[in-house]
Structure formats: C-alpha cells, structure tokens
Ligand binder design. Structure first.
Ligand code: PNS
Length: 161
C-alpha cells in the first residue's frame, strides 16, 4: 500500500493546499496531512483549529487522514512508517526553500523522498499569509478558502483573532 505525507503549517488551509491534497489522494493509497510547527512562523490558529479546518475540507476524501506532530518531520515519518513527502511548488521563489527542506530531510533520514507537485495555475499566487493579510484589512478572501471553512475562517480573521 502506498502512503504519503503532506506536511505544513496550514494556518489556515487554503484552496491551494486542498488542490495538492486532492491530487496526492489520487496517486497514493493513503495520504496523511500533518500539521507541524514551522519555527520561522507565528501562527494565527491553534493546532486543533488547523486540524479541524483540514478535516472539514477533506471530508470527501476517504483515504486522507489528519494528524499533528511536535518535533522533526523525519521522526514522525519513522514513527508512522511513511517514506514519501508530497509538497506543492508554486513559483520559483518556493524552490530554494523547498529544496533545502527536501535535502535536509533526506540527510536526516536517507529513506525519505520528497515528491513535488506543481501547483495548479489558479493558485500560483496563493498562500495562507496572503489570505490572512487581506482578511485582516477587511478584504474578501472567500474565493481562496474551501467552502466548508470559508465563513468561520473569514470571521475569525476579520475579528483579528
Ligand atoms: O507550510 P510550511 O510552513 O512551509 O511548512 C514547513 C514545515 C512545517 C513542513 C517545516 O517547517 C517542518 O517540517 N517542520 C518540522 C520541523 C522539522 O522537521 N524541520 C526540519 C525540516 S527542514
């Protein structure tokens, strides 16, 4: 059975993330979306909220599960016996950062492989931070967020948490 993991901050999950999860779910038998800590980011939503958002938007994908982990991604992968990481690549500027993470993870565990899926064209510009910035100034972010979480996320962001 093929298994892959999609790690990220997902603060919050966007249509761009969902596009990658849906496509990975067609390629692998089982996909685990894991909420992890990115030490470079201060998050707006708690881990539980982020997991809840992901669960709500992936409810139609029976082979997708949601989890969280505090620590190194490679340690989680060893624990769960997963060897493949799937990440979305948007623009060239993503490449250096993603490549660095892929090489680091493989250095930490040579059994780990990172697969990159190119982001669909309509989500090339999209990121959680862009969504948060627009919403915090009262802008409409409804078209960037998956429908099941649209109102909740937008209301939370407009209230400034
Ligand atoms: O969505 P993001 O913020 O780009 O995801 C980055 C994330 C959370 C996947 C990355 O920071 C991570 O793997 N954090 C866990 C700690 C770890 O394993 N760091 C070493 C990999 S470079």
């Amino acid at each position: 059975m093929s298994k892959a993991l999609i790690p990220g901050s997902f603060d919050p999950v966007t249509k761009g993330h969902l596009d990658i999860v849906e496509r990975a779910a067609k390629i692998f038998d089982e996909v685990i979306v894991v909420v992890l800590q990115n030490p470079a980011k201060v998050t707006t939503f708690t881990v539980e909220e982020r997991m809840d958002f992901i669960r709500r938007v992936t409810g139609h994908l029976p082979n997708v599960h949601v989890d969280s982990f505090s620590g190194l991604l490679v340690d989680y992968m060893r624990k769960e016996d997963v060897h493949v990481i799937v990440k979305g690549l948007r623009v060239v500027s993503d490449f250096e950062y993603e490549y660095q993470m892929a090489l680091t993870n493989r250095k930490l565990n040579p059994d780990v492989e990172t697969f990159f899926l190119n982001t669909s064209q309509e989500y090339m510009f999209l990121s959680s931070s862009i969504v948060k910035q627009i919403a915090s100034f009262g802008g409409d972010v409804s078209e960037f967020l998956p429908e099941p979480i649209r109102d909740d996320v937008q209301n939370r962001l407009r209230k400034g948490n």
